[in-house]
Design a protein around this ligand. Structure first.
Ligand code: FRU
Length: 479
C-alpha cells in the first residue's frame, strides 16, 4: 500500500496533467513518436525493463514546473516500444527518505515481483543533502509499494551518491551506483546481494583520480555484451577537448571485463555515445529477443533548459528513440530499433541520385515527421542536408569530419555546432520528429541527437554539395 502522503502527491500530479492537457497538446513543437512528459519536466529514463510481455519505461518527472525539483517516477508501458500507454505515476516523493525526490534508478524481475531501486534524495532543514538507495515492489507492474532504504551512504563518498542500476549474475544480484568520492572524484561503486535487501559494499570499480576525470559520475549501467562488460556512465566536470566533451556534461562508455570474484573492472578509454547537443543519462535493458536496448534523455542538465520554447506550453524535454546496441570490436554501435518501421507510411525513393555543385529539393522529400535513409553514399567535397532551414548535417569527404549545426534557441539564432571525425560515410539514417533529430551514421557508428525549434510551416529538406556526391535516397512519412 502507498502511504496517504504518496497517494496525495500522485493525485495532485494527475490533476496537473488534466489542468494543462489542452495547452500542452496545442504546442506545435510537441513530438509525434517520442516519449514526452504529459506536463512538466522529464529527464532520465528509469527502470527500463521487459516484464511479463510488456516494456516498461519510467522516467524522472517534475509534474508541477518545467524546472528540476522533487522528482516523481512517471510511467509508460508498451507492447512494441512504439505505441505507448501512460500509466499512473509509479513513485512520488513522500517519505522521510525520499521527500525531495525519487531520483533515478532501475528495475529487475525478482521471481515475478517487479522490483525498483531508486535514490531517495533528501535536503534537511539546514539544506544539507542526504542520499538513500531505496526499493519498491509491484506484483502487477502498475502499483508500487515502497519498501524503504536498503543502502545508506558508505564511508568515503559525499552525498552525491545515486542512480542504482541492478542486475543478476550467476544467482547473485549486483548494483552499481554513481558517486563522488570525498576527494571529489567521480566514481562507480559496486554492491552485491543475495536477496536484494542486504547489500555488501564491494568498492569503487571505476572513476577519476586526483580530479583527472570529472567530479561526479551519474547514471552508471553495467552489462555484458558480446563477451565484454560495458560500463555506461555520465561524468560531470570534463573539460572540452577539441571536438570532444562539448556539452555541459557527457554520456559515454568503457569496454572491459568485470571480475566478479575480486570486484576489479579492467577497462579501456572513455568514448562518448552521442555527438549531438542533447543526450544524457542513457539506460539499457534486454528484451524478449535478447536485444540490448538503450534509451536516453534527449536533454542535458544545466544546458539551456529554460530557453526551450516548449516551456510556454508547460512541458520540456523528451526521451530518445530506443536504440539497439551492438558491439563491434571495442566500439558500441547504436541502431534505431527495427519496430520503428511500424511507423512508416508514404514511401518516396530516388535511386541513383547524383548531385553536382548544386542545391536540390526532391519531390515528396519534406515533412515534420520523417525518416530519411541515404545509402551507398560516395563523393568529393562536402555533402550537406539542411532541415527546415534550422539544422544542417554535413560530411566533409576530404577532412573526414561530420558536423551538425543548428540555430541556437538559447542564443538568438546564433549558429552552434558539434562535430566528430569519421573516416568514411556510407549510410545516413535520419529521424526527424517535429523538433527533434537523430542521425545515425554508418549503421550507428556515430550518432547525433538534438532538439531544434523552427517555425511551424517549415517542412523543407535541402540537399547540397560543392563538388559531387552520389547516393540512393529513401524517405518515409512517419505516423
Ligand atoms: C541525471 C540526474 C541523476 C539524478 C536525476 C535527478 O540527470 O541528475 O543523477 O538521479 O537526474 O532527477
Amino acid at each position: 500500500m502507498k502511504s496517504s502522503n504518496e497517494r496525495r502527491q500522485i493525485q495532485l500530479a494527475e490533476e496537473e496533467i488534466k489542468k494543462y492537457a489542452s495547452i500542452v497538446e496545442s504546442d506545435p513543437n510537441r513530438l509525434r513518436y517520442h516519449l514526452m512528459p504529459p506536463v512538466g519536466l522529464m529527464n532520465d529514463p528509469n527502470g527500463l525493463i521487459y516484464w511479463k510481455g510488456q516494456y516498461h519505461v519510467f522516467y524522472q518527472w517534475m509534474p508541477f514546473a518545467t524546472t528540476h525539483g522533487a522528482k516523481f517516477w512517471g510511467h509508460y508501458t508498451s507492447h512494441d516500444l512504439i505505441h505507448w500507454e501512460r500509466q499512473a505515476p509509479a513513485l512520488a516523493p513522500s517519505e522521510w527518505f525520499d521527500r525531495n525526490g525519487c531520483y533515478s534508478g532501475s528495475a529487475v524481475d525478482n521471481d515475478g515481483v517487479l522490483t525498483l531501486f531508486y535514490t531517495g534524495n533528501v535536503k534537511d532543514d539546514q539544506g544539507v543533502r542526504h542520499t538513500y538507495q531505496c526499493m519498491a515492489i509491484s506484483t502487477d507492474g502498475l502499483h508500487f509499494e515502497k519498501k524503504g532504504v536498503v543502502i545508506y551512504l558508505p564511508d568515503g563518498y559525499t552525498a552525491h551518491f545515486r542512480d542504482p542500476k541492478v542486475w543478476k549474475y550467476k544467482n547473485k544480484w549486483y548494483m552499481v551506483v554513481g558517486a563522488q568520492s570525498v576527494q571529489l572524484d567521480g566514481k562507480v561503486v559496486l554492491f552485491c546481494s543475495e536477496d536484494l535487501i542486504h547489500w555488501e559494499h564491494i568498492g569503487s570499480i571505476a572513476g577519476g583520480e586526483n580530479g583527472t576525470f570529472g567530479y561526479m559520475w551519474e547514471c552508471p549501467d553495467l552489462f555484458h555484451l558480446s563477451g565484454k562488460d560495458v560500463l555506461i556512465v555520465c561524468p560531470q566536470g570534463l573539460q572540452p577537448e577539441g571536438m570532444h566533451y562539448q556539452n555541459v556534461y557527457q554520456a559515454g562508455y568503457f569496454i572491459g571485463q568485470l571480475n566478479y570474484e575480486t570486484g576489479q573492472y579492467i577497462h579501456g578509454t572513455f568514448t562518448e555515445l552521442d555527438r549531438g547537443f542533447e543526450f544524457y543519462a542513457p539506460q539499457t535493458m534486454v528484451d524478449e529477443h535478447g536485444r540490448r536496448i538503450m534509451i536516453a534523455w534527449m536533454g542535458v542538465p544545466d544546458q539551456d533548459e529554460n530557453k526551450h520554447p516548449t516551456i510556454y506550453y508547460r512541458w520540456v524535454h523528451a526521451l530518445t528513440l530506443p536504440r539497439e546496441l551492438i558491439l563491434i570490436g571495442d566500439k558500441l554501435y547504436q541502431r534505431p530499433i527495427e519496430q520503428l518501421q511500424l511507423l512508416r507510411s508514404e514511401k518516396v525513393q530516388y535511386p541513383n541520385v547524383s548531385l553536382q555543385k548544386e542545391k536540390r529539393k526532391f519531390d515528396g522529400v519534406k515533412g515534420k515527421t520523417v525518416e530519411l535513409l541515404l545509402k551507398h553514399i560516395d563523393g568529393k567535397g562536402v555533402l550537406s542536408i539542411n532541415i527546415q532551414h534550422h539544422v544542417s548535417f554535413s560530411y566533409d569527404f576530404e577532412q573526414k569530419i561530420a558536423t551538425l549545426e543548428r540555430e541556437s534557441f538559447a542564443r538568438n539564432g546564433e549558429k552552434e555546432r558539434r562535430q566528430c571525425a569519421l573516416s568514411s560515410l556510407q549510410t545516413l539514417h535520419i529521424f526527424i520528429d517535429t523538433s527533434s533529430i537523430e542521425i545515425f551514421l554508418n549503421e550507428g557508428e556515430e550518432v547525433f541527437t538534438a532538439r531544434f525549434f523552427s517555425n511551424e510551416e517549415n517542412e523543407d529538406i535541402l540537399f547540397q554539395t560543392n563538388e559531387q556526391v552520389t547516393f540512393h535516397l529513401y524517405k518515409w512519412k512517419l505516423c
